[in-house]
Design a protein around this ligand. Structure first.
Ligand SMILES: [Zn+2]
Length: 179
């Protein structure tokens, strides 16, 4: 497993996090996969100890009276997910229908961030950029330091970032910018 940087002494994330609210010392005990990021805490409001894991493509959270029990709960969910013969749908259990591509399993409740193609309204790109989108495009086109940083931190998203930059540029050329 990969322990989230804010739990690791000496990182700038740890300095910052300790300044805001010290996180409890804890040593995970379950056999999370090597590339799975994990983090934990006691919760603020409400104060519910939690343990979160980010196996590739999903997110698992356990809550319990102690962090150790929360980790156990999260790990049981993860085991259920691994052994399930999933049936995916866009409906969040007990919640609404998501159109952004997220999916939940009807049998085990497992979650995937990118299970489906997002459902989009036809023509949704045929409109002027908002101010925020205009600023974002300008940053992407001119701030090479930021781009290099993003490429280092999120190497898997380089193509998606380039695609969104191209789409914003085409929209700006064709439809301009609102105000
Ligand atoms: Zn399932």
């Amino acid at each position: 497993m990969r322990i989230a940087a804010h739990h690791i002494k000496g990182t700038k994330e740890n300095d910052f996090s300790e300044m805001l609210h010290p996180s409890p010392a804890y040593e995970p005990t379950c056999a999370w996969p090597d590339d799975c990021m994990v983090q934990w805490g006691n919760g603020l409001i409400p104060a519910t100890p939690f343990f979160e894991a980010f196996p590739v493509g999903t997110f698992i959270r356990g809550e319990a009276p102690t962090i150790a029990e929360a980790e156990q709960k999260a790990f049981e969910k993860y085991q259920r997910d691994l052994s399930c013969d999933h049936i995916w749908g866009r409906q969040r259990p007990g919640g609404s229908l998501y159109t952004n591509g997220a999916g939940w399993c009807r049998k085990c409740g497992g979650f995937r961030g990118k299970m489906f193609k997002p459902i989009v309204e036809l023509g949704y790109l045929r409109k002027p950029l908002t101010r925020w989108e205009r600023d974002w495009l300008e940053n992407m086109e001119t701030d090479h330091e930021m781009n290099a940083h993003m490429d280092r931190v999120y190497p898997n998203e380089i193509n998606e970032r380039l695609k969104s930059q191209r789409l914003l540029r085409v929209r700006l050329n064709l439809f301009g910018c609102a105000q």
